[in-house]
Ligand binder design. Structure first.
Ligand SMILES: Cc1cc2nc3c(=O)[nH]c(=O)nc-3n(C[C@H](O)[C@H](O)[C@H](O)COP(=O)(O)O)c2cc1C
Length: 177
């Protein structure tokens, strides 16, 4: 059955390693017949959550009017969500964290997703566990959701992930999602 797949690219680097891995995932998912959309947070206007709690009391309407409104609707509509991030000081990057925090306005409408995580770091897989845990924490807050797969991409300079095994791992996950 064709699924709606939403791929979130959070790296500020155009053509960065995590984006290249996402593109391989997308190739696999499209070949499998799924409907895929990729959103790059770079260039999007998304302000941080200000914890005003308005959305908790008004049926889920954020007081901040920026690009997150549209992204949130796409997250809610997706069957599969791919979260990708470069590792920055053992954590997800700020762009992804800001997007995640703003999903508070989605309330109970954000539920029952299949998630995939893609992380890239200069060092090996061991430095990516904290970052994977950051993303897992978000998934734990989305009822009925599961993490179906993770890609650990080890590469430093932009594009360095090309030709490495993680590229084919990402493709295979997309193909089987
Ligand atoms: C601000 C900053 C912090 C970083 N922190 C780490 C780190 O803690 N561990 C690590 O292995 N690599 C670290 N890196 C390297 C990136 O994770 C690495 O270059 C990665 O491939 C970037 O992914 P991208 O090309 O998708 O942006 C850091 C890079 C930057 C710019």
């Amino acid at each position: 059955m064709a699924k709606k797949v939403l791929v979130i690219v959070s790296s500020p680097r155009k053509g960065g390693n995590s984006e290249l891995l996402c593109d391989r995932f997308i190739s696999g998912a499209e070949e499998a017949g799924h409907q895929v959309e990729k959103i790059c947070l770079k260039g999007k206007k998304i302000a941080p959550c200000i914890a005003c709690e308005a959305c908790l009391n008004n049926g889920g309407v954020c007081v901040q009017k920026d690009d997150m409104g549209e992204i949130l609707e796409k997250l809610i509509a997706a069957d599969v969500i791919v979260l990708s991030t470069p590792v920055y000081y053992y954590s997800i990057c700020a762009q992804l964290k800001i997007m995640i925090d703003r999903t508070l306005a989605g309330g109970s409408r954000l539920k029952s997703k299949e998630f995939y995580f893609i992380a890239t770091a200069a060092d090996g897989a061991h430095v990516m566990e904290c970052t994977m845990n950051d993303m897992q924490g978000f998934v734990n807050c989305v009822p009925g959701s599961v993490v179906k797969g993770k890609v650990y991409g080890s590469a430093f300079h932009v594009g360095e992930i090309q030709g490495r095994p993680a590229m084919e791992e990402a493709y295979a996950l997309g193909r089987n999602c």
